[in-house]
Design a binder for this molecule. Structure first.
Ligand code: AMP
Ligand code: MG
Length: 360
């Protein structure tokens, strides 16, 4: 398939190019476009065939529903039942990097809702995304732009690498501002299904009540039937094996130093931890940014996972971060990217290395 690449300015989107992309959406095509969180892979949310093509392009399991993006609260209210007690708050909040799960009003194809009677809905705070949805005149179903399980694309160039030849159009704009997917809040139960750039502390401030946080929110394995279907799948994983160290960096250095013939690995962590790991263990490192700038760490996370694969080693080790603020979203993604392979002492590390055939 020929993929049309459209360069569009983030701040002042060229309307002729927006119109061209909108025409593709209206005629049943797939358009990859930027939002303030990550890039999305979008199609007309009422077009079952177009939405089925999103699943095909992503290789996504069909029971994992899509987020529907809108350009106004009015458009949201046409298609979803927003609980009246939250309308005023949402009016103040939107557009922003937060997705709400509410009862669906309009009839969506099962490709969008996975057969649920609810819908995930968001108004992105990005001029290109908003103009595209407005011009298309329909809500756009747009999950994150990544092949299923892979780290999400946060730049136009990564979208071209992932989806060139597989979709009708890619809008190549600036890097996504946050670099991490939207917060998902189930408004029916006030449960935080997925932590994101709109933090749990901010949610409490604007809604005046604390969202419920579960094991699923933290990205920990959960025995419960997942409320948010996508949460049961492996996510964001690099091709390289990734272990998570749950503890302080000093303990990690000691733990690794105790392993005889430790296989080569790349360490991913904060600037401060990378410096220590490189000095004390002599390993290669991928620097996520200073600990004092957690939003930057979140923004760099997916690129660092993509970069890990370019080292051509068998193993990456990533450090854990505090779960305050955006840290909760960072740890949710890291837990999933490491497929829950975590260790906190040398015995745990040895067990993982042996299980993965990296040590006998
Ligand atoms: P993505 O846009 O790729 O980050 O994925 C969207 C996520 O939204 C999915 O993984 C689901 O977990 C969640 N989601 C979408 N629709 C619903 C829904 N109706 N109920 C609960 N979760 C949903
Ligand atoms: Mg996704």
């Amino acid at each position: 398939m020929d993929t049309k690449i459209l360069k569009i300015d983030t701040v002042e989107p060229q309307q002729s190019r927006i119109k061209e992309a909108a025409r593709i959406v209206k005629s049943g095509g797939i358009v990859v476009f930027p939002t303030e969180t990550v890039y999305g892979i979008g199609a007309n949310a009422f077009d079952a065939k177009a939405c089925a093509n999103i699943f095909k392009a992503k290789g996504r399991p069909s029971d994992n529903p899509l987020i529907v993006t809108v350009c106004s609260l009015e458009q949201a209210e046409e298609i979803a039942e927003i609980p009246s007690q939250y309308i005023d708050t949402i009016k103040k909040l939107w557009p922003s990097p937060i997705t709400f799960i509410v009862k669906a009003k309009a009839k969506f194809p099962k490709e969008v809702t996975a057969g649920l009677d609810t819908i995930a809905i968001r108004m992105p705070a990005h001029p290109v995304a908003l103009s595209l949805i407005k011009e298309a005149g329909v809500p756009i179903a747009a999950p994150s732009a990544n092949p299923s399980k892979k780290p999400t694309a946060t730049s136009g160039s990564q979208c071209i690498k992932y989806f060139g030849g597989k979709v009708d159009c890619i809008i190549d704009s600036d890097e996504a501002f946050f670099g991490i997917e939207s917060t998902i809040l189930d408004l029916r139960t006030f449960t935080l299904l997925r932590p994101g750039p709109f933090t749990q502390e901010e949610l409490k401030k604007v809604f005046g009540k604390e969202p419920t946080i579960t094991k699923t929110t933290k990205g920990k394995q959960s025995e419960e039937i997942a409320i948010s279907p996508g949460t049961k799948y492996a996510h964001y994983a690099p091709d390289t094996l990734l272990f998570l160290f749950e503890g302080k960096i000093g303990e990690m250095l000691d733990t690794i130093a105790q392993i005889e013939n430790m296989p080569h690995f790349v360490f991913i962590g904060s600037s401060e931890s990378c410096k220590l790991a490189s000095e004390e263990l002599g390993c290669s490192t991928i620097d996520l940014g200073k600990r004092s700038e957690p939003f930057k760490i979140a923004k760099n996370l997916y690129d660092s996972l993509i970069m890990l694969d370019s080292f051509k080693v068998k193993l990456g080790i990533i450090e854990a971060f505090d779960e305050n603020g955006i840290g909760l979203a960072i740890m949710n993604r890291i837990r999933k990217a490491s497929s829950h392979s975590s260790f906190s002492d040398s015995e745990g590390l040895l067990t993982l290395l042996i299980a993965e055939g990296l040590k006998s």
